[in-house]
Design a binder for this molecule. Structure first.
Ligand code: 3HC
Length: 311
């Protein structure tokens, strides 16, 4: 049973009142938010790498500048989210150390390689599309700083999804080779995008508590279903094929039934054995180490200015 403090806290949550950084909160609430928000931030930062691979090879200047803008947005999303996590009493260095040591996770989706330009379309359309479905509810989650960070992120994310679908439309309506590129990218990104929503509800260890604390407003499977129902008509519009022979419209449910997800692949990627896990982490560690002199210079400069003010 709950202490008086916990009961008062839960009553605020149930009344839809936002919890702010200065409010009392159960340690476990703080801990699970640090876990989720920091891993969300790590996902944004690592998520820049797959797309970075195609900036120098974009087919036109317009596509290059749009891709650069998207990647820059992701960096900003990461910084908002690290700032939201810091309101819970952790330092950014600590969060980054957890990422670099493999202790903290980032979204499985970023451990796949980007093999063709069509992947830039599939990522914007499917990865950012899934992220939007997951992030819209988070704008209403119980922790104030996280909910507010999500509102700005969602606005920018819809541009990411639209530019991705625009790339897919150009390819799908282009030459047979271009259409084949688009289909190949869809084949490789469809299932990993559905895995972004997390394990099935039955396997989800955090969902029940996160739902009670109104951190998770819809379950993993509910949001995954939303993504399938929203995307299948878009695939048909492109004249492409869903890489799932078991996909079938279920008139009773008003939703699509779809095939089984390969959860062994998902668990493998989470264990660090995905196609690009080691390369992604090595790249992040190198960037952090290469940037040490710059961080040290900023601190030295700030200390000098502070000393002058005191003198
Ligand atoms: N990749 C890596 N780890 C995952 C995962 C995925 N796709 N899905 C679940 N997991 C992990 C969870 O983190 C948890 O491990 P942990 O306890 O060590 O953190 C474990 O698998 C069990 O999953 P649960 O369902 O119990 O965990 P959650 O309740 O945290 O639900 C979640 C998982 C839905 C991803 C939730 O954490 C969430 O909504 N996070 C915020 C959204 C987010 O992180 N999105 C990343 C997408 S990429 C992105 O946003 C960038 C965009 O710009 C493209």
């Amino acid at each position: 049973d709950m202490s008086a403090e916990e009961a008062a806290f839960q009553a605020r949550i149930d009344a839809g009142i936002k919890i702010e950084a200065k409010d009392w909160m159960p340690d476990a609430y703080r801990k699970t938010l640090i876990r989720q928000i920091s891993q969300h931030a790590h996902s944004e930062i690592v998520g820049q790498l797959p797309e970075g691979n195609w900036v120098t090879r974009a087919p036109t200047l317009k596509r290059k500048s749009v891709l650069l803008a998207k990647i820059q947005d992701e960096a900003g999303h990461g910084l908002y989210l690290y700032s939201a996590a810091e309101t819970l009493g952790v330092s950014r260095d600590e969060l980054l150390a957890n990422l670099h040591s493999g202790k903290a996770k980032y979204s499985s989706i970023f451990n796949y390689p980007t093999l063709s330009w069509a992947d830039m379309g599939a990522i914007g359309w499917l990865v950012d599309g899934s992220a939007i479905i997951n992030q819209i509810p988070l704008c209403r989650c119980s922790y104030g700083p996280y909910a507010r960070a999500m509102i700005r992120v969602c606005k920018e994310e819809s541009f990411h999804a639209r530019q991705g679908y625009d790339i897919m439309m150009s390819l799908a309506k282009g030459s047979p080779e271009q259409k084949a590129m688009a289909q190949d990218a869809l084949n490789r990104w469809w299932w990993p995008s559905l895995m972004m929503f997390g394990p099935s509800d039955a396997e989800s260890v955090n969902s029940a508590q996160s739902a009670a604390w109104r951190i998770k407003l819809f379950s993993n499977d509910e949001l995954r279903q939303r993504m399938v129902d929203q995307t299948v008509p878009q695939i048909e519009y492109l004249g492409l094929t869903v890489p799932d022979p078991d996909l079938k419209w279920n008139a009773e449910r008003g939703s699509y039934d779809f095939g089984a997800i390969d959860w062994s692949e998902f668990q493998n990627v989470l264990k660090g054995n995905g196609p690009c896990n080691r390369e992604r982490l090595r790249t992040r560690v190198k960037a952090y180490e290469d940037g040490e002199w710059f961080r040290d210079a900023l601190v030295a400069h700030a200390d000098k200015k502070a000393a002058k003010r005191v003198a």
